[in-house]
Ligand binder design. Structure first.
Ligand code: FES
Length: 230
């Protein structure tokens, strides 16, 4: 039997395969990146979601001593340095967050360990469990949630009425308040349900809070509530 035609057929098949493979490989290389757009390998909206590692980190500092804020409505201003992972040549971008420590006339719940609720409910988002859960000390950022001005702690509510647009708080709130000179937002630092509640003005929510711990005589701010201005 003549085997030549069979050999030629096999050789042709082989040559066809050899010439087709690179073409297939080139097509696959070209098309595969396009297929990723049709079926992304990252969950929707997870691409830009911040992780705990991406969270801004603050410099842990003593913001006041217990003696400095011993009596109701004592307060102390401080500045907290927050570092954001911006991947600049230096690695981090720092921002100063002015804050205020306030002694309230009564204790309020800052964090309910059973439900995770309270002004410090955001602590879980940054992987922290607050050590203080109930206290008459509260620490706010002084950045106004409206447009980012620095608001004031005003010990006498009458000064708020006189100097911040005539707002007269109703009787249970006739005590020290926080007031912003830019567009006259007024906040109640001692509202038991929502400390920093907006009483008047355009602010959309209370100012952000700081997590703190008590170490000996010192009130130590460890983290500021994450997020933008408004
Ligand atoms: S920035 Fe404070 S009220 Fe507008």
């Amino acid at each position: 039997m003549d085997t030549k035609p069979a050999e030629m057929m096999a050789r042709r098949k082989f040559l066809k395969l050899v010439t087709t493979l690179p073409a297939l490989a080139a097509t696959a290389a070209l098309v595969s990146p396009l297929l990723r757009f049709l079926k992304p390998n990252v969950e929707k909206f997870k691409i830009y979601a911040p992780t705990v590692q991406d969270a801004a980190r603050g410099e842990v500092i003593a913001v006041a001593t217990l003696r400095e804020v011993a009596n109701p409505w004592d307060y102390k201003y401080f500045v907290f340095t927050q570092k954001y992972p911006q991947y600049t040549p230096e690695g981090f971008k720092a921002a100063n967050v002015p804050g205020v420590v306030i002694k309230l006339p009564y204790k309020i719940t800052l964090y309910d360990p059973a439900t995770g609720q309270g002004p410090w409910r955001w602590a879980r988002d940054i992987g922290k469990t607050p050590k203080v859960t109930e206290s008459d000390l509260i620490v706010f950022s002084r950045i106004c949630p409206h447009l980012g001005c620095i608001y004031n702690f005003v010990p006498n509510y009458k000064e708020v009425t006189a100097g911040y647009g005539g707002y007269l708080p109703p009787p249970p709130r006739q005590h020290a308040l926080m007031a912003c000179p830019c567009h006259l937002s007024i906040y109640d630092p001692a509202d038991p349900q929502l400390p920093g509640r907006v009483l008047s003005g355009p602010a959309p929510r209370p100012p952000r809070t700081f997590l703190y711990e008590i170490q000996g005589e010192n009130i130590i701010a460890t983290d500021v509530e994450p997020g933008g201005i408004a």
